[in-house]
Design a protein around this ligand. Structure first.
Ligand SMILES: Cc1cc2nc3c(=O)[nH]c(=O)nc-3n(C[C@H](O)[C@H](O)[C@H](O)COP(=O)(O)OP(=O)(O)OC[C@H]3O[C@@H](n4cnc5c(N)ncnc54)[C@H](O)[C@@H]3O)c2cc1C
Length: 361
């Protein structure tokens, strides 16, 4: 099989890359064993234009969002399914005088415009805790039902014969100068989108990954909680398609990087909700996965320092939904038109680590 691009990994990163290649009419084949659970499948899928803790706009949000919305809409059309909930309001309850002041200042200084324009004093309507003194509603964010997207995209690739459902073995890859050969596949290049499994990739072992485990719950909530917001206060909680069911996340854990759900995480998430909402909740499901975070919390995009036919698209951390459309477009433009990868996302920012490891070897 001859192709221009062999893509390894079909999570949020891989799908976005495939889509940008397809928009440019560039052929690709994907290899992924298609497990039932990955970081992309269990993700909340939320894209929030405001950094809640620091009360600033999210990194590059004004540039990322238009491409994000176009991309997921195009994918909805291509796949004939709906999974994008755009402009779904994010309600942030505010529970201390100090926080009220901080939000008011951020809004007055126009730092959050056009995403958050107003602090509303008083407890919002609904089952909010007496601690809640006010609220901010963030506009223009939303969420992607990533499990729906991934399932539909896998099916689509099966249908067009572009999906190899296997695990890629890095030691079988042959570099024949102008082409890369993997079993029956002959490609111009290989693009790795393996998420946290980058740790098994010998070409990029020099990059400073800081994977984090995250856990999510599915909860059944009493009907008085309206399914018309993403609730966000040291947790996010948003409605599922089934009545009175919400997804609740997410923890950040740096140790025990396995994919086993834990009682401690379940209790922590339930207790965080209790600080903002007075609702009865029954936990009906729990999932865990590992996010591909990078030490400096920016994506890792670009070609291998010595072999331009080995390419990386990874490091989406906790914001894959938001970052992947923009940087996939940038990478495709880099490969085919020599466009620049912006320095903050370019993997070459860590070239000193590669050179140091090379010298040692
Ligand atoms: C609990 C939790 C909640 C989250 N919530 C959000 C959220 O609300 N919003 C958001 O934007 N992000 C969220 N994230 C983060 C998001 O999940 C990641 O940013 C994103 O999934 C990363 O996508 P990826 O494609 O790089 O990796 P992955 O999803 O891990 O996909 C990698 C793919 O590569 C394949 N693969 C790996 N190795 C090989 C190999 N050797 N051969 C073939 N295939 C291979 C895997 O099978 C997998 O399909 C959350 C994560 C967690 C854990």
């Amino acid at each position: 099989m001859r192709t221009e691009n062999l893509i390894v990994g079909l999570g949020i990163a891989g799908i976005n890359l495939c889509h940008q290649l397809q928009r440019q009419g560039r052929p690709f084949v994907v290899i992924d064993p298609c497990p039932a659970q990955t970081s992309s499948i269990i993700a909340g899928g939320i894209y929030n234009p405001v950094g809640i803790k620091r009360k600033v706009k999210s990194w590059k949000v004004d540039a990322l969002f238009p491409i994000l919305v176009d991309t997921y809409r195009e994918l909805e059309t291509l796949l004939n399914v709906s999974f994008l909930h755009h402009d779904f309001p994010i309600l942030k309850p505010v529970s201390s005088e100090q926080e009220l002041t901080e939000w008011q200042t951020a809004i007055d200084e126009g730092r959050l415009s056009p995403y958050a324009e107003k602090l509303v004093m008083g407890r919002p309507a609904g089952p909010f805790n007496v601690n809640v003194l006010g609220s901010v509603t963030i506009r223009n964010g939303g969420f992607v039902e990533t499990d729906v997207l991934i399932k539909a995209y896998r099916e689509y690739l099966r249908h067009i014969g572009s999906l190899l459902e296997n695990r890629f073995d890095h030691f079988v890859l042959e570099d024949r100068g102008n082409t890369m050969v993997y079993g029956d596949v002959v490609a111009d290049r290989v693009i790795f989108c393996e998420g946290r499994h980058i740790s098994e990739n010998p070409f990029f072992s020099w990059l400073p990954m800081r994977p984090t485990k995250g856990q999510m719950l599915s909860v059944k909530v009493a009907p008085q909680l309206a399914p018309d917001h993403i609730y966000n206060q040291q947790f996010f909680m948003f409605p599922c398609r089934e009545k009175n069911i919400f997804r609740l996340g997410a923890t950040y854990e740096w140790h025990d990087l396995n994919e086993d759900p834990t009682v401690a995480a379940r209790e922590e998430l339930v207790s965080r909700v209790g600080k903002a909402l007075d609702v009865n909740m029954e936990v009906i499901g729990q999932q865990a996965a590992i996010r591909p975070n990078v030490a400096d919390r920016r994506p890792l995009v670009g070609r291998h320092p010595e072999n331009p036919n080995i390419v990386l698209f990874n490091g989406m951390g906790s914001k894959g939904v938001m970052l992947a459309p923009y940087f996939a477009r940038q990478l495709v433009n880099h490969i085919y038109a020599g466009g620049e990868i912006e320095p903050e996302a370019d993997l070459r920012r860590f070239i000193h680590r590669y050179e140091r490891d090379e010298v040692k070897a």
